[in-house]
Write a protein that binds this ligand. Structure first.
Ligand code: A5P
Length: 237
């Protein structure tokens, strides 16, 4: 890795920490907090754990993956399974892309199914990211979690929708999600209507859910973006 690339990575990591800290400061005492997955969400969990320790903040976390569960335990955050919570006050999570309308693309860590459930259950959904995640329109492959039994059919149907599906691999084997399923990363090029595409993909038998998060589905969506001039807060009006 060149010195220039290493510096750029350090800068992005610094921005992820900055936005994660800003989100950790939003959390109020007695809250039930959805804990997202990925490196930015991990920083959030770490900062939140720091507040729990220093300020004796009484909060309960709802993890969206095994990784976020482990991180929460490491940083001293009490946990609760989603089905055991009466409510989720706020969910904080990262994103892989955020378009101009605030549609999200998630799932590059393979956790989008639980992330979407927790975000949908939360009264307030706060997305945290560095500026490199912003884009005009979503045009990267969409992660689609599929029941292994229906893999071939899902590949065929995704191709019929105009996508090019590729089975996600890890260490020479098919990647398996926390839910025991496979992921097809389906390239559709630029997606014109995120909501319609999300629905079409999810209507394929055997598809559990996909990584498109249409902004319309989250009435209390706030996006915090860290850039050179600090943290910007975006909301739809
Ligand atoms: C996990 O499946 C994703 O949805 C993450 O939210 C996403 O990959 C963001 O990751 P980073 O914060 O590491 O960029």
């Amino acid at each position: 890795m060149s010195a220039k690339t290493a510096k750029a990575e350090d800068d992005v990591a610094g921005l992820k920490k900055e936005v994660a800290k800003a989100a950790a400061e939003l959390i109020e005492n007695d809250s039930v907090v959805g804990l997202g997955s990925g490196s930015t969400a991990n920083y959030f969990i770490e900062f939140l754990g720091e507040r729990v320790r220093k300020e004796k903040l009484g909060i309960v976390g709802v993890p969206t993956s095994r990784a976020s569960e482990e991180a929460a335990k490491r940083f001293g955050i009490m946990l609760c399974a989603l089905d055991e919570c009466e409510r989720v006050d706020i969910a904080v999570d990262g994103a892989d892309l955020i378009d101009a309308k605030l549609n999200l693309l998630k799932g590059y860590g393979g956790a989008h199914v639980r992330e979407k459930i927790v975000a949908a259950a939360a009264k307030r959904f706060v997305v945290i990211a560095d500026y490199t995640k912003r884009c005009r329109a979503i045009s990267l492959p969409v992660p689609v979690e599929v029941l292994p039994f229906g893999l071939r059919l899902a590949e065929k149907k995704l191709a019929e929708l105009g996508g090019k599906p590729a089975l996600r691999m890890k260490e020479g084997r098919a990647f398996v999600s926390d839910n025991g399923n496979f992921i097809l990363d389906a390239d559709f090029g630029e997606i014109k209507s995120v909501k319609k595409m999300e629905e079409k993909i999810n209507s394929i038998p055997g598809v559990i859910d996909n990584g498109l998060f249409p902004f319309e589905d989250f009435s209390q969506l706030e996006v915090y973006i860290a850039g050179k001039d600090g943290v910007e807060r975006l909301r739809r009006r």
